[in-house]
Design a protein around this ligand. Structure first.
Ligand code: ZN
Length: 100
């Protein structure tokens, strides 16, 4: 998952899938990057969107399940969706990095 090209040395920087990617660092020259101000504002919406989607789909598909199953489903789905959304939004350039 190479996604951001270092401005200094042109090394591709991989995104981490689980830990979050607000701050990334070039593995070659150690230049640090972070989301710019606009991207931070969009970034905070990702968990909201993810939880919203998880709750919405659980209401649609898990109506007859117990609350435990729903709870696990919502946590799992929102976590996976948030990771995927973050990666996709960086990939398409909706979230942008700047040097920090
Ligand atoms: Zn670099």
């Amino acid at each position: 998952m190479k996604i951001h090209i270092c401005e200094c040395c042109k090394t591709p920087i991989r995104l981490r899938f689980i830990k979050g990617n607000v701050h990334i660092e070039c593995p070659s020259c150690h230049q640090k990057y972070q989301f710019d101000d606009k991207s931070i504002k969009k970034y905070v919406l990702i968990p909201l969107l993810s939880v919203g989607m998880a709750v919405g789909t659980s209401l649609a598909f898990l109506q007859k399940r117990t609350i435990d199953i729903k709870f696990i489903y919502i946590i799992g789905v929102s976590f996976i969706t948030a990771s995927l959304l973050e990666w996709i939004l960086v990939k398409v350039g909706f979230l942008k990095y700047e040097k920090s």
